[in-house]
Design a protein around this ligand. Structure first.
Ligand SMILES: Nc1ncnc2c1ncn2[C@@H]1O[C@H](COP(=O)(O)OP(=O)(O)OP(=O)(O)O)[C@@H](O)[C@H]1O
Ligand SMILES: [Mg+2]
Length: 545
C-alpha cells in the first residue's frame, strides 16, 4: 500500500475528469473550447481598452474539428505563452477581485489538453504585442504528469496584425456539426446580446460567414479591482492572511488588506475582539484563539457595504439594445438591480424580457383607430431564441456577460424563474416548472467572483442572496409584461367585438335606406359615419411602459 502512494498532478486529475471542465462529449467540447478562447479574447481586449474584434472559424475535416480564434487584443509576451496554454491553474485573474469572464486559470489550457487527448495535436499559438517587429509562434502541449508546458516548436514570424493573439486547436468531432440551442452559433449570438460593443465574425464548417456587428463603439467602463470585504472572509482565510501580511500591526493589517475598513472601523473591530489583542498586536504572532475572536468581532461590527465599481453591469439601455438587435419580438423590458453582496462579494443582477414571436398574429391599431390583424414575417429557425407560444419560455443565462448554455436545471437563475409566480402576471405556468409563453427571459449575474457550481462554469450556485435579487429583478420585469399583456388582451377583445358589429354595418345601411328612402350615396355616407364612430374609441391606444 505505502509503495503505491503517489502524488497526482492537477492536469492528470482533470484529464481523467474532463467532464468537470465541460469537455465530456465532442459536441460540447467544441462549444466549450470556442467559449474559453472567445472569453479570454474579450477579457484581454477590454483590459487593454481596445474595442474587441474577434474572428472565429470552425472547420471539420477527416473526423476532426479545427477551431481558430483570433483577437485584436494586446497580445501575450513570449515568455508567458507556454505557461498560459500549457499549464492548468495558471492565469492573471484568479487572485484579482474584479469582474472578468475568466477566473480560474485553466480555461484555455484545458481546451488544449482535450485536443491533445483526442487527436494528439498541440495548441498552435501566434501572438504579438504592440511595437514588436515580429510575432511569436509556438506549438504547446501539456506534460500532464507534471502539469508543465511542453514546447514543440517556437519561432518568430511575420504576422499581418499589429497586435493580438491567434489560437488554433484541433479536437475530435462527432457526427454532424451541431446547430440549435447548444451550438457555437447560439453561444456567439448570445455573446453579441450581452456585449453590444463586440464585433464577431464567425465562419462555420460550411464556409458561411456570419457577422455579429457591434451596436456601440463605447467600451464598458473598466471594473476596479477591490480588496476582500471583511464580512466575506472565513476564519481559515483570515488566519492565512494574518500569517502572510507585510503589515506590522493589527490596525495596519485591517486597513490595508481589506476594503471598506478605515481606521475607525478597525479600532472598533480590535476593541470588540477583546484582550489580549490590541491595535499594535503583531499580525503574524496572533494565535488561533485570538484569530477566532477577531473573526467574530468582524461579523459583529457594522462595516460599510462593499464598493460596487468593481462590477460593470450591461445597463438597461444597452440590454434592450442587445435584445432588439438579436431577438425580433413584440415587447421588450429590462431592469438593472442595485448591487448587493453574497459572502462579502459584490454582485449585481439584470433581467430582460422579449415577448412575442414573429410570425404570430398581432393586432395593430392605425392612426384613425381602425384595427388590423398582422402576420409578421417568420425569422429563420436558428434565429429563434424566443420560445413558441405552447413551449416553456427560453432562458438566456449570463454570468459576467458570458452565456451559460449547459446545466440549466441546477442554476440559480432557473430556480428563481421557476419559483416566481408567473400566473399572477397573466402567464400559464405548470407547477414547479418554467412558464409557457412565446418569450425569452435574459438574466445576467455580474460579480467579482461568480459562484459556479463546477469548474466548467456552466451554472450559478443558488445562494439565497443571489436567488432573492434575481427574483426581485424578474418581478420588476414581470409587472411591465403584465401591463402589456392586459393591453393586448383588451385589444383582442375589442377587435372581436368590432369585427362582429362591422359585419352588420352594411345591413344596417340597407335597412336605413329602406326606412328613410336614402339615395345610395346617403346610405354609404351613413355606413361610413357609423364605421368612424365604431373606431373612434381611444381605449385601444397603447402607452408603452
Ligand atoms: N487572447 C489572449 N490575450 C491575452 N491574454 C490572454 C489571452 N488568452 C489568455 N490570456 C491570459 O492567460 C491567462 C490564462 O487563461 P485561461 O483561460 O487559462 O484562464 P483564465 O481566463 O484566467 O480563467 P478561466 O479558467 O476561468 O478561463 C489569462 O488569465 C490571461 O491573462
Ligand atoms: Mg479564460
Amino acid at each position: 500500500m505505502a509503495g503505491r502512494q503517489r502524488e497526482i498532478s492537477v492536469s492528470e486529475f482533470f484529464l481523467k475528469n474532463r467532464h468537470l471542465l465541460g469537455f465530456d462529449t465532442p459536441a460540447k467540447a467544441l462549444v466549450t473550447a470556442v467559449k474559453e478562447a472567445v472569453d479570454n479574447a474579450l477579457d484581454a481586449c477590454e483590459e487593454a481598452g481596445l474595442l474587441p474584434e474577434i474572428t472565429v472559424q470552425v472547420r471539420d475535416r477527416f473526423g476532426k474539428s479545427r477551431v481558430v480564434v483570433e483577437d485584436n487584443g494586446p497580445g501575450i509576451v513570449e515568455s508567458q505563452i507556454a505557461r498560459i496554454f500549457g499549464k492548468l491553474l495558471y492565469g492573471s485573474k484568479f487572485h484579482k477581485l474584479s469582474q472578468s469572464r475568466g477566473q480560474q486559470g485553466m480555461g484555455i489550457s484545458a481546451a488544449g489538453m482535450y485536443g491533445q487527448l483526442t487527436v494528439g495535436k498541440p495548441l498552435h499559438i501566434i501572438s504579438r504585442i504592440e511595437g514588436d517587429e515580429l510575432a511569436s509562434e509556438l506549438y504547446v502541449s501539456i506534460d500532464t504528469a507534471n502539469n508543465r508546458p511542453d514546447i514543440h516548436k517556437k519561432k518568430r514570424v511575420e504576422w499581418d496584425r499589429p497586435h493580438g493573439t491567434r489560437v488554433e486547436m484541433e479536437m475530435e468531432m462527432e457526427g454532424h456539426h451541431q446547430t440549435g440551442p447548444h451550438s457555437v452559433e447560439v453561444y456567439l449570438k448570445q455573446t453579441a446580446i450581452a456585449n453590444p460593443h463586440v464585433s464577431i465574425v464567425y465562419t462555420d464548417p460550411q464556409g458561411r460567414e456570419t457577422l455579429f456587428a457591434r451596436s456601440t463603439d463605447r467600451l464598458p467602463p473598466r471594473p476596479r479591482e477591490i480588496k476582500p470585504h471583511p464580512r466575506g472572509v472565513e476564519l481559515g482565510r483570515l488566519i492565512q492572511m494574518l500569517s502572510g501580511t507585510k503589515s506590522r500591526s493589527l490596525l495596519g493589517f485591517l486597513v490595508d488588506e481589506f476594503s471598506c475598513v478605515g481606521k475607525k472601523t478597525a479600532l472598533q473591530i480590535v476593541k470588540r475582539a477583546g484582550k489580549p489583542l490590541s491595535d499594535r498586536s503583531y499580525p503574524t504572532h496572533i494565535a488561533h484563539a485570538q484569530a477566532t475572536a477577531l473573526h467574530h468581532a468582524i461579523q459583529r461590527t457594522p462595516i460599510q457595504a462593499p464598493r460596487t465599481d468593481c462590477i460593470v453591469p450591461i445597463g438597461e439601455a444597452r440590454l434592450l439594445e442587445g435584445l432588439r438587435k438579436e431577438l425580433p419580438a413584440d415587447f421588450y423590458t429590462a431592469t438593472s438591480r442595485p448591487a448587493a453582496t453574497y459572502r462579502g462579494n459584490p454582485f449585481q443582477v439584470e433581467v430582460g424580457i422579449a415577448f412575442g414571436r414573429p410570425g404570430e398574429t398581432k393586432i395593430e391599431v392605425d392612426a384613425s383607430g381602425h384595427m388590423h390583424k398582422k402576420n409578421a414575417p417568420d425569422a429563420g429557425a436558428v434565429e429563434q431564441l424566443i420560445a413558441r407560444k405552447d413551449e416553456p419560455i427560453h432562458l438566456l443565462r449570463f454570468a459576467n456577460r458570458v452565456p451559460l448554455l449547459y446545466q440549466q436545471s441546477s442554476c440559480a437563475i432557473t430556480k428563481a424563474v421557476i419559483q416566481t409566480n408567473w400566473r399572477s402576471y397573466g402567464l400559464h405556468q405548470p407547477k414547479g416548472a418554467l412558464p409557457i409563453a412565446p418569450m425569452a427571459i435574459l438574466v445576467h449575474v455580474a460579480s467579482v467572483w461568480v459562484p459556479y457550481t463546477s469548474e466548467s462554469k456552466e451554472a450559478i450556485e443558488p445562494y439565497p442572496e443571489i436567488l432573492k435579487e434575481i427574483k426581485l429583478g424578474l418581478r420588476q420585469c414581470a409587472r411591465q409584461l403584465a401591463h402589456y399583456l392586459r393591453h393586448e388582451l383588451h385589444l383582442h377583445q375589442e377587435y372581436d367585438k368590432r369585427a362582429y358589429i362591422e359585419k352588420y354595418l352594411p345591413h344596417i345601411g340597407v335597412a336605413l335606406q329602406d326606412i328613410l328612402t336614402l339615395t345610395d350615396e346617403e346610405r354609404d355616407a351613413a355606413v361610413r359615419k357609423l364605421d368612424n364612430i365604431l373606431h373612434a374609441s381611444r381605449t385601444t391606444q397603447r402607452q408603452d411602459p
